[in-house]
Design a protein around this ligand. Structure first.
Ligand code: ATP
Ligand code: MG
Length: 494
């Protein structure tokens, strides 16, 4: 439809500066993701070194990020400080980590009410401009100010590099509001947050660090953290799958079984989230910068027996729309056309990861296969018809009944009612008509119940005189624990 705008009345409806900035503040960055967004810009600007520093002073704390990238001149800096400084639809060079023309502003405002950018481009004097939310509020205008506390200190800092840029967050209200410099509690909370910043960066920029980028945190070099533990004995690397003419690459990894890792390696594997289960899943990289750190992207739930499964997805920077990359660079969603392919690929790697995870339990099970098996349900015939009965010899039931005293008769009656009313026709119908596969016992729910019950049963067997080995075998031969051989190694002789 072609509209002739020249004949139509128009009026300006500019965004209201202070409310717009308040909205930026609500985008949902954490300190970690905010700093990572600033570092994206440094890397795009060709920085080889990045120095993060803070000066703890309670509510006057400052945090700065200095890089030795190409820097900006005055006009470029003002443009960089404009929200929407670039159009998200613009084509970007191959190695650009940006997309929206917003990150510098949104990430900074997420943490501060006032921030300054100093920059120095080749053949230029260093310059600086600041966003100050209080000033914007007062003037009701999108205006920068040329003010920063301790100006000479910061100028000296930017002069220490040939070219580069320094972001200073001051008035860190989200982190340090109303805190006093002397409060030990506030300080240690702040330091704790700084620790998680460090470990987040070690993961997000690992591949750049491996290639020589140096990120210093208070002068200390941050060490990269590789989720796939490449180089470790026993690591299984699956062949790479390529989609869209090789632009998207997917590679599965099965990490070594716990017994193959030293205590130190095992702890390292817990990653920044300090937990193997939280780190299983897909790792989505955009231009080798990590966006998603261990997530099943809605395909599967986290379950402990998939702990050894980590899958790398590499994207270039021109699929951002398709993959719904967000401003914070912390979300990526596979477009529907690849979902099934990715699911199938992941399923294969997951199955192999379970094999490795369960290996020990399985070996034990094979060794003790001759032991008697205790199913929960048994099929019986009565007057030529099929019925399902609960196995009275099942160790759990046996134990419950022997302890039930006066209640024994009642419990037996309830069990009989359950047996007589089990909806076999409904189950059969569902089984044949429903596409959803039926889950195995305890799939997708909390496994503490299984683990605790296994331990109790094991204790019972041991105190009845069975050897540890035999007791373990008996537990493994008792439904539903046969589905979870991996928990056998956690059974302890109490
Ligand atoms: N450290 C830096 N060195 C040089 N130029 C920078 C630096 N930081 C920002 N810029 C310039 O400022 C612009 C705006 O940065 P900003 O982070 O707001 O948006 P972006 O990186 O283009 O996109 P995104 O919103 O996806 O981060 C950048 O495109 C870049 O030109
Ligand atoms: Mg950016």
């Amino acid at each position: 439809m072609n509209i002739d705008y020249s004949k139509i009345e128009s009026t300006t409806a500019e965004p209201e500066a202070s409310s717009m900035i308040e909205t930026f503040r609500a985008i949902g960055y954490s300190v970690e993701t905010a700093i990572a967004d600033i570092i994206d810009n440094s890397i795009t600007a060709g920085a080889k070194n990045i120095w993060i520093d803070y000066n703890w002073k309670g509510s006057n704390t400052t945090l700065s990020i200095l890089d030795d990238g190409i820097g900006m001149n005055n006009d470029q800096l003002i443009q960089a400080l404009r929200p929407g400084s670039k159009n998200p639809l613009d084509e970007r060079t191959d190695d650009d980590l940006g997309r929206f023309g917003l990150g510098l502003k949104t990430s900074s405002f997420s943490q501060t009410r006032k921030f300054t950018v100093l920059s120095k481009a080749a053949d230029n004097k260093s310059i600086f401009w600041s966003w100050d939310l209080d000033f914007v509020n007062q003037k009701k205008a999108w205006k920068l100010i040329r003010y920063v506390p301790n100006e000479s200190y910061w100028t000296e800092k930017i002069e220490s590099v040939n070219t580069g840029t320094c972001i200073i967050w001051w008035d860190l209200d989200r982190l340090t509001k109303d805190t006093s410099e002397d409060s030990e509690e506030a300080k240690s909370k702040f330091l704790g947050i700084m620790d998680s910043v460090k470990s987040h960066l070690s993961m997000v920029f690992q591949r750049f660090m491996d290639d020589g980028l140096k990120i210093y945190f208070r002068e200390r070099l941050i060490k990269p953290w590789d989720p796939f533990m490449i180089g470790l004995d026993g690591l299984q690397t699956k062949p790479e799958t390529r989609l869209v003419d090789g632009k998207i690459k997917i590679k599965g990894f099965v990490l070594p079984h716990r017994s193959k890792l030293s205590a130190e390696q095992y702890n390292l594997g817990k990653g920044p989230k300090d937990n193997w289960t939280a780190h299983q899943g897909f790792y989505v990289y955009r231009n080798r910068r990590l966006l998603v750190a261990g997530d099943w992207l809605g395909f599967f739930k986290r379950e402990v027996h998939y702990d050894l499964c980590r899958i790398q997805i590499d994207l270039p920077n021109n699929f951002d729309g398709d993959w719904q990359i967000d401003i914070k660079k912390s979300i990526a969603r596979p477009p529907s056309m690849y979902r099934e392919q990715i699911r199938a690929l992941a399923t294969e790697v997951r199955n192999q990861a379970v094999e490795v995870y369960r290996h020990k339990g399985k070996v034990l099970k094979r060794k003790l296969a001759s032991d008697e098996y205790f199913p929960f349900w048994e099929e019986r015939a009565r007057h030529g018809k099929r019925f399902y009965k609960i196995n009275r010899n099942h160790p759990l039931l046996n134990d419950l009944l022997s302890k039930s005293g006066d209640l024994k008769k009642d419990i037996e009656k309830v069990i009989q009612f359950i047996e007589e009313t089990i909806p076999v026709p409904l189950i059969t119908l569902q089984e044949s008509e429903n596409e959803k596969p039926h889950g195995q016992p305890f799939e997708g729910i909390d496994h503490n119940a299984i683990k605790e019950t296994m331990q109790k049963l094991f204790n019972g067997f041991v105190s009845s005189g069975l050897s540890t080995e035999k007791a373990k075998a008996r537990v493994l031969n008792t439904e539903p624990f046969n589905f979870y051989p991996e928990y056998i190694e956690f059974l302890i002789n109490e």
